[in-house]
Design a binder for this molecule. Structure first.
Ligand code: 3HC
Ligand code: NAI
Length: 695
């Protein structure tokens, strides 16, 4: 039974039961409609409650049904029946009421929620728009501006905000079913009028709402550059204001029907499920108990250590920081203080919250102060000798079940683990810079890492609000190794004839937040230089190498921090400006390498950069370092800001067609040499008509 029917006196309760999140599958839609009709037909029933079983109201339409032929009854019709009911219908919301879930609630005449309720219309995030009357009803309930904001961002609001906006009529504590019945009794006793949103005017519809629409359009084109759905929802809100309710709904349905099968919506649905899949590691059973995570420690308070300490404080977990000197520690703490100050200035947190978070960060005088930490994350210099020394000391100082993690970008976790007598407790936890902002946590599993330690890392990712993706050990792991192939080609392209801003523009227009040269300037040319030095020992003599970035390093052009890198920067500005000096360095470098520069087209730039990443991704997959192609995609979405509406590089390659990608890789292999050796997996899939991500 997907919708249970119960009567208590004159009140009928319809309880949706479709675990895990009460998505509105065809059976739920039928059950809801049947339950409603039964309650309407029952003379003794005077009011009807709609609620969800478990911890959620309704998470929306069943996303798995998209792409299949729609089955009756349509949600929009079920909701119309709810709204038309002559008996008051009350939505009682616990947990999430998202998408179609909130639309059901908006069709009801009253809405109450628990303090943990979250309400939103997140459809734009999966490339569509609310298609069951939400676009039309929400502005009628709360006004144009807040409704637009909710629909364009797709972000949910919490109960208190929902009450303030007028979405919830009341917030109730205690048993929701009992509270809902009590609320229904009051509605009946007070003969409160039934409010049918579909029949109400939109407040402000006769005002100057076009400005609001334009402001949201601008914002959406900046924040979701290239994505269609936010613009479409804005179109539909404008229709909702100008057209009669039914006509506007019909138009919205026409638009959503166009969007559902669109490439962008497919990619965004893929990304949604890819993210959930990434949380699953086949040999680690769902119930594997993580170790406790009550207190943490961080080694090193540099760029990463400071950010990682903030992640813990932001999540309410006390954290101690150990540095190699008192000055370095003070410097790190000052950096943290400054970052929190900026958050206060930007209104992201209040002054009290700043104090609370700072209060969770403590200095550790020595290793003996780390004895009680449940997890230690090392973010010291990227040198094996330093890492091994730190881990040997941690091994001696930390309690038996502590998790010992390294934030290393490239180094071998197994070798680091071997510096301890407990390699099963050692793991890589690769944060991305800035650590307190970027959502990816690459969880690097060494050959001895215990399953419970992997589970602890996954639990930690959730606690810190990150997306944890598990992978194995190789130089650079999954994210940096696959991206490294892209930057390698970007550098070669510049040596062959392109200029940094030309390469960057192609990738920016593709949807990346920045091109590889702008990123290099942000991360630091000196940092890249050190990474290249870490490869020196293993780089083959005959291997092609671009020395151009080293020339910039030698000139002290370290990127944004020195106001000069691949670009030049005006004082106080982060806008990259092409620099004739760099062009001269590039031309000379090409000449020194004996390269005759040529005109390079945009198609070649894109293919060289992205096919290189895809080919490397295929090698990583085949080696088993990544569990699945979609994990690589999730890493690019959250680590590098790959446009979500393109799914990720591996998914994107599938949409291009692996035959075409493989042809390109073969061509570059002929022209460019060994770097482009086609991944056998790519060849097999291309030849068999397969794909990385389907199935
Ligand atoms: N349809 C189908 N499956 C869904 C789903 C949905 N709407 N929402 C969640 N699920 C599945 C997940 O895939 C996952 O399945 P799995 O266990 O097999 O991997 C399971 O439910 C649990 O989901 P999460 O792991 O995400 O659990 P969380 O507790 O972290 O989050 C959530 C729960 C907040 C509901 C989150 O899943 C979410 O945001 N879901 C999507 C909500 C959404 O986009 N709704 C709009 C749908 S479109 C719509 O309603 C159109 C309408 O206008 C007509
Ligand atoms: P950083 O140079 O800014 O900071 C390193 C800090 O560690 C310094 O403050 C130093 O004093 C301290 N330190 C060095 N040896 C120590 C020791 N033995 N004990 C205690 N403290 C010690 O370096 P950054 O950028 O923060 O990098 C740290 C680690 O994080 C490296 O392994 C790096 O590869 C990795 N990483 C860096 C990223 C980045 O973008 N900067 C991204 C992801 C990982």
């Amino acid at each position: 039974m997907t919708v249970a029917y119960a009567e208590h006196g004159s009140i009928a309760t319809l309880t949706l039961d479709n675990p895990p999140v009460n998505a509105l599958s065809v059976a739920v839609r039928q059950g809801l409609r049947d339950g409603l009709r039964r309650a309407l037909a029952e003379p003794t029933v005077a009011a009807i409650i709609v609620m969800g079983k478990g911890r959620n109201f309704i998470a929306g339409a069943d996303i798995r049904e998209f792409g299949r032929p729609p089955q009756p009854p349509r949600l929009v019709e079920v909701i119309a029946e709810i709204e038309a009911s002559a008996k008051p219908v009350i939505a009682a919301i616990d947990g999430v009421a998202l998408g179609g879930g909130l639309e059901v609630a908006l069709g009801c005449h009253f809405r109450i929620g628990t303090p943990r309720a979250q309400l939103g219309l997140p459809e734009v995030k999966i490339g569509i728009i609310p298609g069951a009357g939400g676009v039309e009803r929400l502005p009628r309930l709360i006004g144009i501006e807040p409704a637009l904001k909710m629909m364009v961002s797709g972000d949910p609001v919490r109960a208190a905000k929902a009450k303030e906006l007028g979405i919830l009529d009341a917030i109730v504590e205690g048993d929701l079913a009992a509270e809902a019945r009590a609320f229904a009794e009051r509605v009946l006793a007070e003969k409160r009028p039934i409010r049918r949103l579909g029949q109400m005017p939109i407040p402000g519809a006769d005002g100057d709402w076009r400005q609001l629409i334009e402001a949201q359009r601008k914002l959406a084109s900046k924040q979701n550059r290239g994505q269609i759905s936010p613009q479409k929802v804005i179109d539909c809100v404008a229709n909702a204001i100008t057209l009669p309710f039914d006509q506007a709904v019909a138009e919205t349905i026409r638009v959503i029907n166009e969007l559902i099968p669109s490439e962008q919506a497919k990619a965004l649905r893929y990304a949604f499920f890819a993210e959930r899949e990434a949380g699953k590691v086949p040999d680690i059973e769902a119930g594997t108990a993580p170790r406790p995570l009550r207190g943490a420690a961080v080694i090193g308070a540099g760029t990463m250590g400071a950010g990682i300490a903030m992640c813990f404080a932001d999540a309410g977990i006390p954290v101690r920081i150990l540095e190699s000197s008192a000055e370095a520690l003070e410097k790190g703490l000052a950096r943290i203080g400054k970052l929190y100050d900026e958050m206060v200035q930007k209104g992201r947190i209040g002054a009290a919250e700043r104090e609370k978070r700072l209060g969770l960060i403590a200095k550790a005088a020595g290793y003996e102060a780390l004895g009680e930490a449940d997890i230690v994350i090392e973010a010291a210099f990227e040198e094996m000798a330093v890492k091994r020394d730190v881990f040997a000391k941690l091994d001696a100082a930390c309690k038996r079940d502590a998790v010992l993690a390294s934030n290393t970008s490239y180094l071998d976790i197994n070798e680091i683990a071997a510096a301890t007598r407990r390699p099963e407790s050692v793991i890589g936890l690769h944060f991305f810079s800035p650590a307190n902002v970027m959502k990816l946590l690459e969880i690097v599993r060494g050959k001895a890492t215990g399953k419970d330690v992997v589970a602890t890392a996954q639990a930690l990712a959730k606690m810190l609000g990150k997306v944890g993706v598990v992978c194995g050990v190789c130089h650079g792991f999954v994210a940096n190794r696959s991206r490294g192939a892209m930057t390698r080609e970007a550098n070669f392209l510049v040596d062959e004839g392109a200029l940094p801003h030309e390469v960057d523009r192609v990738l920016y227009e593709f949807g990346m937040p920045m091109g590889p040269f702008a990123v290099a300037d942000l991360a630091g040319i000196d940092v890249g230089w050190r990474v290249r030095r870490s490869f020196d020992a293993t780089r083959r003599k005959d291997e092609r190498y671009s020395p151009t970035a080293d020339r910039l390093y030698e000139l002290g052009r370290y990127g944004q921090k020195t106001g000069k890198g691949w670009y030049r920067y005006e004082p106080g500005s982060r806008t990259p400006l092409p620099d004739p000096e760099v062009e001269a360095v590039i031309l000379k470098s090409s000449k020194d390498q004996g390269i005759t520069r040529r005109a390079i087209g945009e198609d070649e730039i894109l293919a060289r950069c992205l096919y290189a990443a895809v080919n490397e991704g295929a090698k990583i997959l085949e080696e088993g370092v990544a569990l699945r192609a979609s994990d690589i995609d999730v890493m690019w979405l959250y680590g590098f800001g790959f446009p979500r509406w393109r799914g990720g590089p591996m998914y994107w390659a599938d949409t291009v067609g692996l035959g075409k990608v493989y042809d390109g890789v073969q061509r570059f292999h002929r022209e460019q040499g060994t770097f482009w050796t086609p991944a056998p997996l790519l060849r097999r899939l291309a030849e068999s008509g397969g794909s990385f991500t389907a199935g």
